[in-house]
Design a protein around this ligand. Structure first.
Ligand code: PMP
Length: 382
């Protein structure tokens, strides 16, 4: 099986599973317990992981809190800000192509009386600063715009968008869903003035079921207050109660450490493989259209349309040898709203594919994929 659906999830790096194993076996202490070694070991492992995540993002370890996934981080920030600051304003801004965990949370908040503006994107799927400027208001309490899109890999200019919001509307918070980009492009929070950021381990060769949320400290080191999603034992400084999932946290920490260590080499490799794949696809399918931004993109993520084929039939015909997808695994039952917002029609959407590479893929894998895709397209064209 050649796995080309790494935007859905990545395989776990063997170094990550190795680092996790002791915390699934002999090191089972609860990091919140006190005074004995087993608990201290768990606590030390958690804090070491926190340091690795912070180092990857260029922030302070105590600005990172662990959650169960990016869906939780997104819910936590959007609901947490809305509920805590509702007396300051009830207006939220997001974009039309966010992940469902942002869009559905916004819908939920609309049901509670918040007003949400959903920004249009251009034909590359990017939010333009001018569009954001027109939507901002004095009662805007939160702007949530994703850093990289999960279906196309297109990047938003989050440094510029957040800079504008923070310098013109200092009372509005800025959140970015960076789930698809962390570990793949440079995310430097010392230069990017976002207040909140969401991420998930399983997109960067870590385990499923563990995410994190960056919460920027305010002036004088004060914590930004928001209403927690989970109430209970006040773990994670009261932001997120619940016994910490030590093995998963260690896995996320290791994944972050490896991402930081190998970033340049992996980035280069994925860029080269992507160019190789693009050229092969162009040769095989002269009518192919690539969706998303050609340069401002996550390396190794491609979305393309091959006219006159059904993506579902092709993907099914390749399923035992290759894993590719029609788009997001999180809204699989409906045609892509992301491509629709970028201007594709229903027929084009049904002929569109997402191929997302990982650090283990070789040129030979891509050669094999292209041969089989070509064969499938020839035999299944409609
Ligand atoms: N945001 C984006 C952009 C994603 O791609 C995903 C995962 N598909 C999520 C949020 C949700 O991540 P998780 O699976 O960790 O809940």
């Amino acid at each position: 099986m050649i796995y080309l659906d790494n935007s859905a999830t990545t395989p776990i790096d063997p170094e990550v599973s190795k680092a996790m194993w002791p915390y699934l076996t002999e090191e089972y202490g609860n990091p919140s317990s006190k005074y004995y070694t087993l608990a201290e070991n768990a606590k030390k492992a958690v804090e070491e992981a926190r340091t690795h995540v912070a180092s990857l993002l260029f922030c302070e370890p105590d600005e990172i809190i662990f959650t169960s996934c990016a869906t939780e981080s997104n819910n936590f920030v959007l609901k947490g800000v809305a509920h805590f600051y509702k007396d300051k304003g009830k207006h939220i801004i997001t974009s039309k192509i966010e992940h469902k965990s942002v869009l559905e949370t916004c819908k939920f908040l609309e049901g509670e009386g918040f007003e949400v503006t959903y920004l249009d994107v251009d034909s590359f799927g990017q939010v333009q600063l001018e569009t954001l400027k027109k939507a901002l208001r004095e009662d805007t309490i939160l702007v949530s715009i994703m850093w990289g899109n999960n279906e196309t890999g297109t990047l938003n200019d989050i440094p510029a968008l957040s800079q504008y919001v923070k310098s013109h509307y200092p009372n509005a918070f800025f959140h970015t869903d960076a789930t698809q980009v962390v570990g793949k492009i440079e995310v430097d929070l010392s230069k990017t003035p976002v207040d909140f950021l969401s991420l998930s381990a399983h997109k960067l060769y870590g385990p499923k079921g563990i995410g994190a949320c960056f919460i920027r400290k305010r002036e004088l080191g004060l914590r930004t207050k928001i209403t927690p999603l989970l109430h209970g034992g006040s773990q994670e400084n009261g932001y997120r109660s619940g016994t910490l999932s030590v093995h998963n946290i260690v896995g996320l920490g290791k994944a972050a450490e490896l991402a930081k260590l190998n970033y340049k080499e992996q980035h280069q490799k994925l860029m080269e493989l992507e160019t190789y794949l693009v050229n092969k696809l162009k040769d095989l399918f002269p009518a192919i259209q690539f969706n998303g931004h050609p340069i401002d993109k996550i390396p190794g993520v491609l979305n393309f349309t091959i006219p006159n084929v059904s993506n579902e039939l092709i993907i099914r015909s390749l399923k035992d040898q290759f894993a590719i997808s029609t788009g997001s695994a999180c809204s699989i039952n409906e045609p892509s709203y992301v491509l629709k917002e970028m201007g594709l029609n229903a027929i084009q959407i049904r002929s569109s594919f997402r191929v997302s590479l990982n650090k283990y893929i070789s040129q030979e894998d891509i050669d094999r994929f292209c041969i089989c895709l070509d064969h499938a397209v020839k035999s299944l064209s409609i």
